[in-house]
Design a protein around this ligand. Structure first.
Ligand code: PEP
Ligand code: MN
Length: 360
């Protein structure tokens, strides 16, 4: 349930309501809006009767939340969640583009891609170190030894970094190097991982499991939110269907459905959802037309040499073309590309000027 406080409720009244909720064995999640303060009450709802709270000073009314996810629901927060990520607003009117290689393979490949995507207009850089590969014989990623490269790419380009965590043990370490933790499709229901990512306030990019329903995705987001972390970005990355012409099927429906069910930002991954670079641009445009708040796209300077997901990776020049087309679609639906507030004037250094470090 949700406790809506009076407009003029005092901090003391709000604190007393929170304390009462906690005494009743439930958790209180405070959301201070410009117009009203709302306290989300989560936990085992059988323990509590609305009447036990509705008479407390400062309480305006109580709204039951009928959906199984509470904090993720639009009912809990009618306005969109927007949060800053290193000078870029995630979830606002601006479309955010995250791009980079599937895997960080070596220093040159990563830094070259980082600069190319930044020049093309990307707002954030992706690059996997801990790779969830279907085959144990495929490249598993550089792992911990690649962490410093994330920092180097951030310093070089000024872009925030997104990388995947596969186990709860990675979370504390990766937080020291990356700005956003990615939880991949295969781990969407790894509850220990969701719990670990829910501690603290590091933004989390949560990808939809390939066989997960929209409701299951939102329940997974609820795990993160209920542990206190409000900075969750949802990603539609394609689901399994009978179709074999593409790697997965982009569930475009998921975009307007999620935008209606939740206040969390929703982005689309046209790379994994199609599996073929030729289709990435069209699906990226469709995603923005459908109302997505951003995109995450795989880019590789030499896709034929990529150690993972080369077939779906755009070359930098094709990515640059995609960004222009996406910008046009954004304008057509009353949006624009997000503006990078910080580092805008930071000069680009060419990769050749970067002193050699870890290279393979
Ligand atoms: C990835 O982003 O490289 C990845 C493995 O994605 P997903 O979890 O969506 O398969
Ligand atoms: Mn990939």
């Amino acid at each position: 349930m949700m406790i809506v406080m009076h407009n003029d409720a005092t901090d003391e009244q709000i604190n007393l309501v929170v304390a009462r909720v906690e005494t009743l064995g439930m958790h209180a999640h405070l959301s201070r809006g410009t117009e009203r303060t709302v306290i989300g009450v989560v936990g085992d709802g059988r323990k509590i009767e609305p009447a036990q709270l509705s008479f407390l000073a400062g309480v305006d009314h109580i709204v039951p939340i009928s959906r199984p996810y509470k904090l993720a629901s639009r009912e809990f927060s009618p306005s969109d969640t927007v949060f800053p990520l290193d000078g870029v607003s995630i979830g606002g009117n601006g479309i955010v583009i995250i791009a980079g290689p599937c895997s960080v393979e070596n220093r040159n490949q990563f830094l070259e891609t980082a600069q190319a995507v930044r020049e093309a207009g990307a707002h954030a850089l992706r690059g996997g170190l801990f790779k969830p590969r279907t085959s144990p014989y495929s490249f598993q990623g550089l792992g911990e030894q690649g962490l410093e490269l994330l920092c180097e790419a951030r310093e070089l380009t000024g872009m925030p970094i997104i990388t995947e965590v596969m186990s709860p043990d990675h979370v504390a370490l990766v937080k020291q190097y990356a700005d956003v933790l990615q939880i991949g499709a295969r781990n969407m229901q790894n509850y220990a991982l969701l719990h670990a990512a829910g501690e603290g306030h590091h933004p989390v990019l949560l990808k939809r499991g390939m066989s997960a329903t929209i409701e299951e995705l939102l329940m997974s987001a609820e795990y993160i939110l209920s542990h206190g972390n409000r900075r969750v970005i949802l990603a539609e990355r394609g689901i399994r269907t009978f179709e074999t012409a593409t790697r997965n099927t982009t569930d475009i429906n998921a975009v307007p459905v999620l935008k209606s069910l939740t206040h969390l930002p929703v982005i689309v991954d046209p790379s994994h959802s199609t599996g073929h670079w030729e289709y990435v641009g069209a699906v990226a445009r469709a995603a923005i037309a459908a109302g997505a708040d951003g995109l995450i796209v795989e880019v590789h300077p030499r896709p034929e040499e990529a150690l993972s997901d080369g077939a779906q990776s755009l070359k930098p020049e094709r990515f640059a073309e995609m960004v222009k087309q996406v910008e046009a679609i954004a304008q057509a639906v009353g949006r624009k590309l997000a503006v990078r507030e910080s580092h805008v004037d930071q000069p680009l250094v060419s990769v050749s000027q970067v002193p050699a470090g870890l290279d393979r």
